[in-house]
Ligand binder design. Structure first.
Ligand code: NAD
Length: 504
């Protein structure tokens, strides 16, 4: 098969696949084999305008439909997703590389938000105060924003869009999703599912592309809000540009998540958790643990336990029937970047306990595999410590006290997630109060909040005030109108009063 015979992954506009205009495309790889398996359209101006025009029409229809109708579409989507999620998991594994059970886990966490959104009438019903002043009632309405943009990263092609679109649609908005160009097919599968569930054409649109598509959404006056998830520099750019253009914006960025291990912790639990959270999805998770802060004297024993577990990990093609523990990285370029951080750590004086550089899988020599890597005594001045690596590289930093560990966490520029492992409830309670991080695990390594709480970090891990999903999600995707109303009682007389309104 030549490159020309490969499928082109299209946009989804007006309730159907839309042939791209402009001719720009990007390759989509199978990371386990290293082969190009498709090309994805990269939107040009005409695609962007068509997508936004269709979404505007979709908004007019969808926002006018009753709450009962919207709820029935959400329930239908939930049932279809639940019945057919295996198909979606296969798409995720083929384009992202994560193993199938992990892909199913990603979908399950997205489905939680769909399930939360089915209960939306209670969360958007506003409030009513009768007789706030004599004969005057005051009430608030929650209305949709209009066309809302979602821009998602490569590492969760299904879950991250699902953090936003179920709630956005429940509230009556029309969604334009710009997925990552690295694994774009999940978005089309989800769009087809919405159509089958009865969502009107235009209420869910997919615009494939790169910076051109993103900038198109940021500039379009019809787009009322932007929900972005990705790396910190782009999150900051999105936040600043969208704000400047008068849009509501939430922009979730990168992370460097630490696990603080106190000497009283159960070290087997810690080692299991560190390996799960450090190497699951090959470390390509914004909630991955990338640094273990071991409060001495536990470091040697912990490193021995983690090393023993790492050597048993099976790495391979996530689609194999005999499922491995860990798949490849997303691209060859990303593998080079991850390797460069291990080089930096080594040059800066870290000890390489387990080296994943140069790793390959038999029969998949062209795949983007990187072996699990364990570093000890990583200097906290090294870029390998301060920057996000986003690969299967776990660094150990030895500290002498809780305070020393806490100061390192609070001194970092990110504040996405963190975890403490201890059997001391008082220490854990102190940690949750003192740590400057948005999501905290206590003996839990990847503390992704359930759908009815909200997801989001602090500092450079989240730009904007609104976290994803939960109550924050409903607030973000609605705007409130306050109505003050008086119906004259025929028995009373209003008269003229030029004073400022006061309650009586
Ligand atoms: P990325 O920032 O490269 O891309 C994210 C999105 O932005 C993609 O849709 C991409 O097409 C677009 N984009 C890329 N460059 C752009 C530019 N110059 N201008 C405008 N748009 C641009 O991120 P990624 O590599 O796809 O994802 C990995 C990153 O996402 C990691 O940093 C990870 O920590 C972060 N992430 C954060 C969270 C969170 O909740 N905080 C969740 C998942 C991933």
């Amino acid at each position: 098969m030549t490159d020309h015979d490969l499928p082109v992954i299209a946009h989804w506009i007006d309730g159907a696949e839309s042939a791209p205009t402009g001719g720009r495309t990007a390759p989509v790889y199978n990371p386990a084999t290293g082969a190009v398996q498709a090309h994805v359209a990269l939107a040009g101006e005409a695609d962007i305008q068509a997508a936004i025009a269709s979404a505007s029409r979709g908004f007019a229809e969808w926002s006018g439909s009753s709450i009962a109708k919207r709820q029935s579409v959400l329930f239908a989507f939930r049932e279809l997703l639940n019945a057919r999620k295996g198909e979606l998991a296969e798409i995720l594994t083929a384009e992202h590389g994560k193993v199938l059970s992990d892909a199913m886990g990603e979908i399950a966490r997205g489905q939680e938000v769909v399930e939360l959104a089915t209960g939306f009438p209670h969360l958007i019903k506003g409030a009513y105060s009768e007789n706030a002043s004599s004969g005057v009632d005051v009430y608030s309405l929650k209305q949709p924003l209009g066309v809302v943009g979602i821009i998602s990263p490569f590492n969760f092609p299904a879950m991250v869009p699902m953090w936003f679109f179920p709630i956005a649609l429940a509230a009556g908005n029309a969604v334009v999703l710009k997925p990552s160009e690295k694994d774009p097919s999940a978005s089309l599968w989800l769009a087809r599912l919405w159509k089958e569930a009865g969502l009107p054409a235009g209420a869910f649109t997919v615009l494939q592309g790169d910076k051109v598509a993103v900038d198109g959404l940021l500039e379009a006056p019809e787009v009322q809000s932007i929900s972005f998830v990705g790396s910190t520099p782009i999150a900051q750019y999105i936040y600043e540009t969208a704000s400047k253009n008068g849009k509501r914006v939430q922009a979730l960025g990168g992370a460097k998540n630490h696990m603080l291990v106190l000497p009283d912790a159960d070290l087997d639990l810690v080692a299991d958790s560190a390996v799960n959270a450090g190497f699951g999805a090959a470390g390509e998770r914004c909630m991955a643990i990338s640094v273990v802060l071991a409060v001495e004297p536990v470091a040697d024993e912990l490193i021995a336990k983690v090393t023993e577990r790492i050597t048993k990990l099976r790495i391979g093609n996530g689609a194999d029937a005999d499922e491995p523990d860990m798949g490849p990285l997303i691209s060859g370029a990303h593998r080079e970047k991850v390797a460069s951080y291990v080089d930096i750590a080594e040059a800066d004086g870290a000890t390489i306990v387990v080296d994943g550089r140069g790793f390959s899988v038999d029969g998949h020599e062209e795949g983007f595999f990187f072996g699990p890597t364990l570093l000890d005594e990583v200097p906290t001045t090294s870029r390998a410590y301060t920057e996000e690596i986003f690969g299967p590289v776990l660094s150990v930093v030895r500290v002498n006290t809780y305070e020393e560990g806490l100061a390192l966490i609070n001194g970092g520029e990110f504040g996405n997630g963190t975890a403490i492992f201890t059997n001391d409830g008082g220490a854990a309670r102190r940690f949750q109060h003192e740590v400057q991080v948005g999501m905290i695990g206590i003996n839990v390594p990847i503390p992704v909040p359930v759908a009815y709480h909200s997801f989001g970090g602090w500092k450079k891990s989240l730009f904007g005030d609104a976290k994803a999903y939960g109550v924050h999600g409903f607030d973000f995707f609605t705007r409130e109108k306050a109505v003050t109303s008086r119906w004259l009682d025929p028995a009373t007389h209003g008269g003229i009063n030029l004073g400022f309104p006061q309650n009586s």
